[in-house]
Design a binder for this molecule. Structure first.
Ligand code: DQA
Length: 147
């Protein structure tokens, strides 16, 4: 059983990028935290971060062969990308959308997500913990599945 942990543009800079908004935790820390949650329950995690929209599309396509769920922080592509939305719609893999910051109390251009209508759920504003909660939600959801 595998989850894909997918992060979009600029999230490689977590820890140094706008710490007042995103905190001091790095992407590597987040990946480790999600790994820990999953390992405990017998799940694998595949982590991928890219600053390139097409590479994120490719990773979503690949997930249809390997992953039971996608934990996805699309970064700024959340607000712009029809291609990422279509990729999620096109694969039969549930996706939980995660945002570290509470996008709803920030600039109005962050209030719209093109991805949320095709997400299974959304976790917003809880910081890095949101990724672990998303992993727990998937693990709980698939508890009865044998594979
Ligand atoms: C973000 C919110 C987006 O608006 C922003 O472009 C990001 C990070 C978040 O995790 O809070 O890059 O997705």
């Amino acid at each position: 059983k595998e989850l894909l942990l997918l992060n979009g543009p600029n999230l490689n800079l977590l820890g140094e990028r706008e710490p007042g908004v995103y905190g001091s935790v790095t992407l590597q820390d987040i990946e480790r935290q999600v790994q820990d949650v999953c390992k405990h329950e017998g799940w694998q995690v595949k982590s991928f971060q890219s600053n390139h929209e097409g590479e994120l599309v490719d990773a979503i396509h690949e997930a249809r062969h390997s992953s039971k769920g996608i934990i996805f922080n699309p970064g700024a592509y959340t607000h712009t990308s029809v291609a990422l939305r279509d990729a999620i719609s096109g694969v039969n893999v549930p996706m939980i959308e995660v945002h570290i910051s509470n996008v709803h109390k920030r600039e109005s251009f962050r209030h719209t997500s093109l991805l949320s209508p095709v997400a299974w759920g959304q976790i917003v504003g809880l910081g890095p913990l949101g990724y672990q909660l998303a992993a727990k939600a998937f693990i709980d959801h698939f508890k009865e599945d044998a594979d």
